[in-house]
Design a protein around this ligand. Structure first.
Ligand code: ADP
Length: 428
């Protein structure tokens, strides 16, 4: 547009190329009324002007060039959009996979690789029913027997939930939500799936179910013992001597205590869930309480056990809730007994750090595998083994113990070797 600017350009180019450039012509590249660039054509000859034909030819060339340039730009921006979209899919915390019209995987993000254990280059091109083989409770592959993407009439946003065996042996419970793409006749063109690992929630829900059956058993047992003894002792046609009577009443009293404890545990757990535990923090010496707890449990534990208390003489007073701490100690010591079928030494020990005290309860029982150690403190969690089926418990003891210890500002943990024993420690 600007002759002076064009003239200046000519000089610049001549200086760089060291060619005797004498003439220049600027051809704007216009595509759909938009200027997409300019082509400069230089000529060294001084006296031969650009002819009309040459100019026409160059104009035609410029039109072609304009189309090419704008195509390239369009391609670049589409490419950029695609790269952005790919990055989004790749970074998504959910597993994302895209399926083509034949249910084959075309995109498979990193979360998906982690979830399924399938490397992307192996997953791509395979049917989704193979890579994400979701099975129902009976072990049937849902994707093969009742693929939700192939239902008639078609579902818009089907959801599949079920178990998946990851390639590295993990077993997961996943939820897969699909957004489907359909043609004008409703034919399946493809889908995008969002896959989430909801194993934790599933286990929690199953634990709730187990809990209900365990707890009803736990509550029913003492009730039926109390009822049995009370009925027997109350029989009109029998007269009991004083010892039998006293023993019977002791059983009733013990079972009532157990029942009360169970109910308390349940109330504590639900109160905790509702948020908040009231603590009564005071300073008091811990060794006498530990001695009391051990004495009471030792009286019931039998001859197979040796109990030890190890506290240094200068063990400082602790700042804690007395009754709640008793509860923690009772849980830990009674677990030590419950999970040591062959007896052994149970030691309650304490030592003082700079600003806290550590109390530990150790046993020589069955021990706990490293994988289970992480899960023990969960609500309703009980390790599935033979002993579990034989011992009573609702899987609340350690959950409540942790809640109490943490509410007091401490922490609780376990060190254990399967077969050798366990040591539970907490700080105050
Ligand atoms: P419960 O004893 O009622 O099952 P807890 O929350 O007290 O519930 O304990 C959870 C699980 O942790 C138990 O079922 C048991 O399998 C395991 N456990 C607890 N203490 C010990 C221990 N001292 N030794 C081995 N396993 C233990």
């Amino acid at each position: 547009d600007d002759r002076r600017a064009v003239g200046q350009r000519l000089q610049e180019v001549a200086a760089v190329t060291r060619l005797p450039l004498r003439q220049v012509i600027a051809l704007p590249l216009v595509f759909r009324q938009t200027r997409v660039g300019v082509i400069y054509v230089f000529r060294a000859a001084l006296n031969v002007a650009f002819t009309h034909e040459e100019q026409e030819l160059l104009k035609a060339f410029a039109e072609q060039a304009a189309i090419a340039v704008s195509n390239a730009r369009l391609y670049q921006s589409v490419l950029q959009d695609k790269q952005q979209l790919d990055a989004l899919i790749e970074q998504s915390a959910d597993g994302v996979m895209i399926l083509d019209g034949r249910w084959r995987i075309t995109t498979f993000n990193r979360a998906m690789e982690q979830l399924t254990g399938w490397p992307r280059d192996e997953a791509i091109g395979r049917p989704c029913a193979e890579v994400l083989a979701v099975t129902d409770a009976q072990g049937q592959n849902i994707c093969l027997v009742d693929c939700p993407l192939q239902r008639r009439p078609p579902l818009n946003n089907p959801i599949v939930e079920g178990w998946v065996d990851a390639r590295d042996g993990r077993r997961l419970y996943v939820q897969s939500r699909y957004a489907t793409q359909r043609g004008p006749q409703g034919e399946f063109l493809g889908a995008i799936a969002n896959v989430r690992d909801i194993t934790e929630q599933k286990i929690e829900a199953e634990m709730q179910n187990t809990f209900i059956s365990v707890i009803s058993h736990e509550l029913k047992t003492p009730v039926s013992i109390i009822k049995g003894y009370a009925e027997t002792l109350a029989r009109e046609d029998a007269s009991w001597d004083a010892t039998v009577l006293r023993d019977g009443l002791h059983v009733i009293s013990d079972e009532a205590d157990r029942l009360a404890l169970q109910i308390q545990g349940l109330l504590d757990a639900s109160r905790l869930q509702a948020g908040g535990m009231r603590l009564d923090l005071t300073d008091w010496p811990l060794p006498p309480l530990a001695a009391q707890v051990v004495e009471r449990i030792a009286a019931q534990a039998g001859q197979r056990f040796a109990f030890e208390l190890r506290f240094p003489d200068d063990f400082p007073a602790v700042h804690a809730d007395y009754e709640r701490t008793r509860q923690v100690l009772e849980n830990l010591v009674s677990n030590a007994v419950k999970y040591s079928p062959d007896g052994g030494t149970i030691r309650v020990a304490g030592r003082a750090g700079t600003d806290h005290a550590i109390v530990s309860v150790s046993d020589q029982g069955i021990g706990i595998s490293p994988e289970e150690q992480a899960k023990l403190f969960r609500r309703f969690y009980r390790i599935d083994n033979r002993l579990r089926r034989e011992t009573q418990g609702a899987g609340l003891g350690l959950f409540l113990s942790r809640a109490i210890v943490e509410a007091q500002g401490g922490r609780i943990w376990v060190d254990s070797q399967p077969g050798r024993g366990s040591r539970f420690s907490f700080t105050l």
